[in-house]
Write a protein that binds this ligand. Sequence first.
Ligand code: HEM
Ligand code: HEM
Length: 185
Amino acid sequence: MPVGNSKQSWGTLSIALHWLVALCVFGLFGLGFWMTGLDYYHAWYKQGPDLHKSIGIMLFLLLLFRLAWRLFNGHPDPLPTHTEWEKRLAHAVHLLLYLLLFAIMTSGYFISTADGRAIPVFDWFALPAYPLGIEQQEEIAGTIHWYLALTLMSLVGLHAVGALKHHFIDKDETLKRMFYAQKTN
Ligand code: HEM
Ligand code: HEM
């Protein structure tokens, strides 16, 4: 199975990265939502946010790698079944998904570092704080983080509906080629 992308097909690395990122994003949304409702005496009151932040920062590194791979490796051409408006909409949605992901991570970083402390990542390393000195930084960044996360999930919904439309209505290869890398010569 080809690791790299071709003009017809996504390679196994891009496919694995797409689904790994999707899994992390759904997980972070669920964990973030759940952990903010916990009371002080719950066993996960501190563990939840620690895990959320550690996964979030590793996801940031993963996204940088994914973008670099896409840049150097290229991506498949749209299928002949894709209409002009679909191509434009899909392109805009993909771009927005990347931008929103980076904006959510940045706002998360500014919630967590509002008290001037570094963020420990799985006891592997600590990401230093960058003091902005904004009053109520934690609350402001927290509100932005929440609304960005909601916007992201809505856009992911649209993205998934688009993929399902290609699969069930247009009956083309769009969704299938995000699961199987095809051999091309
Ligand atoms: C794709 C990535 C991420 C998603 C989808 C996400 C999603 C969420 C959600 C849904 C909440 C609950 C918000 C609320 O109920 O007010 C939350 C809270 C939080 N997130 Fe994230 N998050 C992401 C990345 C990050 C990163 C990278 C960090 C820090 C480095 C971070 C730090 C936090 C913190 C500290 C909270 C608690 C905020 C509070 O107590 O109000 N998040 N996140
Ligand atoms: C958090 C969840 C998700 C994110 C952030 C996401 C993000 C993306 C991005 C950025 C691309 C463009 C690939 C690139 O240029 O690197 C893409 C492609 C794709 N995604 Fe997702 N995705 C998510 C979930 C899903 C789900 C749930 C489905 C299916 C139901 C799906 C199906 C697809 C398909 C089929 C493509 C390929 C489109 C094409 O070849 O033109 N994605 N995704």
